[in-house]
Design a protein around this ligand. Structure first.
Ligand code: MRU
Length: 339
């Protein structure tokens, strides 16, 4: 954040174009969160924290104190599932009761903590990775989805940077294509061999013994260890159990929500059906083009997340270590002394 503006990589343009988007006020930051210019649990959290700080800055300039609660509501209405968004807004809102400076500092601290936690996830998660392992991941839980490092991909990056060879199967992640577009782009930049696979191909590769380990991120972890993550995650977890493949979730403290007793309490975002019906890609000869890819006139349903029940999860990789997906371990992790 600089002079009241929040700057972010425009993820809607990747991998075709690298552009930094500037959000000059909290309304523009809200729009960027909603339309997924910025996306991924950790990055959404950081952006939401800065949006809340922008609200305090703007209220300070205009003297409109009522705008603060309205601004908070607006940010919280952008995307309902990612716990990091609500965590960041709450923290910055509280800090802002002291002063605008406190709000700005808190937003910056949340972003910095995100990097530190993700680095811890990388370190702990890499103990699960042996040389030459073949790893499946879903969606994008790498540096783009966080402030840096990522969650699910942090152990992969950490392993690679420490000399292990790894191969990554990248689910394309319909309808928005976060795997095919963003994870593949990140892995290319990290020099990590990988292949994009259709969303419905993972069970086939598992059945052939071609996948050793699954690591995914999380948008919200409930108190009983159930995990909401990008739609399609549940299917991978069920297939992994059938083929006895370890299935790990990686998430920082800010993604855990003690107020959700189980996955049933996690609000699931439904996005615009047009995201299913249309796709945007690079035209031959350059430029982005949006085309209809489904039967004209059919409707579509677009749930953005699903919930994986705790018994399907081998463990949760946190910034402090790998914990079982059980209520006891989750609640212990949330105790202030362990955070
Ligand atoms: O809808 P998105 O792209 O914001 O999805 C959220 C996610 O990034 C994934 O579900 C991810 O695995 C969570 S951790 C970045």
């Amino acid at each position: 954040m600089n002079r009241g503006s929040v700057f972010m990589i425009d993820q809607n343009r990747l991998p075709f174009e690298f552009r930094i988007a500037e959000c000059r006020n909290h309304l523009e930051t809200c729009r960027a969160i909603r339309d997924m210019t910025v996306r991924g649990a950790g990055a959404i959290g950081a952006a939401a924290g800065f949006a809340m700080a922008q609200v305090f800055l703007e209220a300070d300039r205009t003297g409109d104190k009522y705008g603060i609660d309205n601004g908070r509501r607006l940010i919280e209405n952008t995307r309902p599932t990612a716990r990091d968004l609500f965590y960041a807004v709450e923290q910055v809102y509280r800090a802002g009761q002291e002063s605008v400076r406190h709000a700005l500092d808190k937003a910056q601290q949340i972003a910095t903590d995100n990097i530190r936690e993700a680095e811890g996830i990388g370190r702990h998660g890499s103990t699960l990775i042996r040389d030459n392992m073949k790893i499946l991941t879903h969606c994008n839980a790498g540096w783009l989805g966080f402030v840096d490092w990522g969650s699910a991909l942090a152990p992969v990056y950490f392993s690679k940077r420490n000399g292990k060879e790894v191969y990554v199967f990248v689910d394309e992640t319909r309808p928005r294509g976060q795997g095919a577009r963003l994870t593949a782009w990140e892995l290319s930049h990290e020099g990590i061999p990988h292949a994009i696979i259709p969303d419905n191909a993972a069970a086939y590769f598992m059945s052939r013994g071609e996948i050793d380990l699954v690591i995914v991120g999380a948008d919200r972890v409930a108190a009983n260890g159930d995990v909401a993550n990008k739609i399609g995650t549940l299917g991978k977890a069920l297939a992994a159990r059938e083929y006895k493949i370890p299935f790990y979730v990686a998430a920082p403290l800010s993604t855990f929500d003690p107020a959700c007793a189980s996955g049933l309490d996690i609000p699931i975002e439904y996005r615009d059906p047009d995201e299913v019906l249309y796709q945007t890609g690079l035209k031959e000869g350059g430029g982005l083009e949006r085309i209809l890819v489904c039967n004209p006139g059919s409707s579509a349903l677009n749930p953005a997340f699903d919930v994986t029940p705790a018994p399907l999860i081998s463990g949760i990789i946190t910034g402090q270590g790998i914990i079982p997906a059980t209520p006891e371990a989750v609640m212990k992790y949330l105790e202030p002394s362990s955070a």
